[in-house]
Design a protein around this ligand. Structure first.
Ligand code: HEM
Ligand code: HEM
Length: 193
């Protein structure tokens, strides 16, 4: 297929951007894997409330929330490394106004920051609480020494940013649908598996 993207692969000698240009497969895979992980992470931590405190089910849900959360950190690190070797994004056809492109860039930076900050905060919470055991016999190394009050504060920050995440992700997904159904450009198709 002829390649024509804004930055990767380089457009061949002045050809117009191809409406079929897509993100690299690895970037697409990481994007949707992250969504699947986040859906499970949110579901586990929200649904735990239906089980009594101290019950096995509740503890298991919290523990898997933590393990999948750490997995997000690993996935985003790999994703950013892949992204570095594929800078830029395939051109959107027809091109949206520059303000929309700038807004999208800001949102993407916020989403990446969220994907890094949330697992790190969760890890700090467990370190401060001195409760570093994960499922499957895994064990996190402490990032800070035990400190209960600090752990509570970090947990509040983790929960607040977690709730802000709903809005960030919701706005991001709505923007993608707006481009697809209203502007009828290829923004979403470039990211579909
Ligand atoms: C992207 C990754 C993550 C997201 C989106 C996320 C989101 C959330 C949310 C929304 C809550 C609050 C739920 C509520 O208000 O009831 C929460 C609680 C919590 N999270 Fe995370 N989290 C992530 C990763 C992690 C990680 C990696 C850890 C630990 C290694 C962790 C540990 C915790 C803990 C200890 C709580 C408090 C649970 C409780 O005491 O019942 N989280 N998380
Ligand atoms: C149903 C949910 C989602 C839809 C429909 C969606 C759709 C899209 C689309 C179409 C793009 C390409 C945008 C562009 O090039 O301007 C994109 C990029 C992106 N999405 Fe999503 N997304 C969803 C969920 C998520 C989630 C849960 C996250 C992470 C919290 C996320 C993070 C990102 C990031 C960081 C980019 C920028 C990719 C890059 O250029 O490196 N998305 N998404």
């Amino acid at each position: 297929m002829p390649s024509a993207t804004k930055s990767f692969p380089a457009p061949a000698s002045g050809r117009a951007p191809s409406p079929g240009a897509r993100y690299p497969t690895a970037v697409i895979a990481m994007h949707w894997l992250t969504l699947a992980l986040l859906a499970a992470i949110y579901a586990l931590i929200e649904l735990r409330g239906y089980f009594p405190k101290g019950s096995d089910a509740r503890n298991l849900m919290k523990a898997w929330h933590e393990l999948l959360g750490i997995t997000v950190l690993a996935v985003v690190v790999v994703r950013l490394i892949i992204r570095r070797s594929h800078p830029g994004a395939p051109a959107i056809v027809p091109a949206p106004p520059p303000w929309q492109e700038s807004l999208a860039k800001v949102m993407h930076v916020l989403l990446y920051a969220f994907l890094i900050a949330m697992p790190l905060l969760g890890w700090l919470v467990l370190s401060a609480k001195g409760a570093l055991d994960l499922p499957l016999g895994l064990h996190l190394m402490p990032l800070i020494s035990p400190d209960k009050p600090l752990g509570k504060t970090l947990q509040n920050i983790h929960e607040t940013i977690g709730n802000i995440g709903y809005y960030l992700i919701g706005l991001h997904a709505l923007a993608a649908l707006f481009h697809h159904y209203w502007m009828r450009d290829n923004t979403l198709r470039r990211m579909l598996p």
